[in-house]
Design a protein around this ligand. Structure first.
Ligand SMILES: [Zn+2]
Length: 282
């Protein structure tokens, strides 16, 4: 299948996720790890993609071990672990798992990384609390509560520093992270927006989401957007460009203009969502 077909497929699937209930066959395809398998690939000197077609997972390599962003779920997590090995790394070197938000597709497999590889897991207080409530979309084995990140807090591993932002909306405690990636040694500022989907209900969540987007619009210097769902950015198309990159070509993931355009679009969508929520509340 071509990348374009793949992308259209992923977009259609993600639309279906929002339109609950999901058709049986789309549901099967989404939850079938083999159909969701992506050959893992290197994006920067210190960053790799180890996720599935519809849910992302990023592997950050430091001088003191590995950091995994989002654990995926069920059989997708087993493939994530295989991917780490395929790239030549040892999952026993995972030091931290950073959970973007407490939905099954991001932290459903956290327990496997905790029990199998002693990955210390970080989320916000609010989303740890969510794991103790009935799951929103799909049940998952509850992760063991480890560390909590706050807005403005940091985490160091060797020479790598993660800087956290709490960006509520999709869930009350969405965790976003910024850190430096290197393109042949040249530093670039990367950002994982932990909760881009508007799969929530209610005026308060819509207000929080809009405020989050507006806050992100004020942050200067983000050069690389690393999405938690592949369809939030063109990551597979960008990877194809990366594979064909010639000397002197720009890095296809370094694209601050598309990040700004993405936020503008999100801001408009968030406005209409908020209006809709206010209307239905009246
Ligand atoms: Zn998700």
């Amino acid at each position: 299948m071509t990348t374009l077909q793949n992308r259209i497929r992923v977009i259609l699937l993600s639309l279906l996720i929002i339109a609950i209930p999901l058709g049986a066959s789309a549901q099967e395809e989404l939850h079938d790890p083999e159909q969701q398998r992506v050959t893992p690939f290197q994006v920067f000197d210190n960053l790799y993609y180890i996720g599935a077609k519809w849910v992302s997972s990023w592997l950050l390599v430091t001088d003191q071990g590995l950091i995994v962003f989002d654990a995926l779920y069920e059989g997708h997590t087993d493939i994530l672990i295989e991917n780490i090995r395929e790239l030549g790394f040892d999952p026993n070197d995972i030091r931290y798992l950073i959970g973007s938000h407490a939905h099954y597709d991001h932290i459903g497999g956290a327990i496997k990384l905790q029990q199998g590889f002693s990955a210390v897991t970080m989320m916000t207080e609010q989303d740890w609390a969510m794991t103790e409530q009935p799951a929103v979309f799909r049940e998952y084995p509850k992760p063991i509560r480890h560390l909590s990140a706050n807005d403005g807090s940091t985490l160091n591993l060797g020479r790598t520093r993660l800087r956290f932002l709490q960006t509520p909306g999709e869930t009350p405690g969405v965790l976003s992270t910024s850190f430096t990636v290197y393109d042949n040694g040249y530093p670039r500022e990367a950002f994982i927006f932990g909760g881009p989907s508007m799969d929530f209900e209610g005026v308060e969540a819509a207000e929080q989401y809009l405020a989050t987007i507006q806050r992100l619009q004020q942050i200067q210097g983000i050069e690389v957007h690393l999405p938690v769902h592949a369809e939030e950015d063109d990551i597979f198309a960008r990877n194809e460009m990366l594979q064909n990159r010639q000397d002197g070509d720009p890095h296809p993931f370094v694209d601050p203009e598309s990040w700004a355009a993405y936020l503008e679009l999100k801001a408009r969508q968030a406005q209409s969502k908020l209006e809709a929520e206010r209307n239905s509340a009246n």
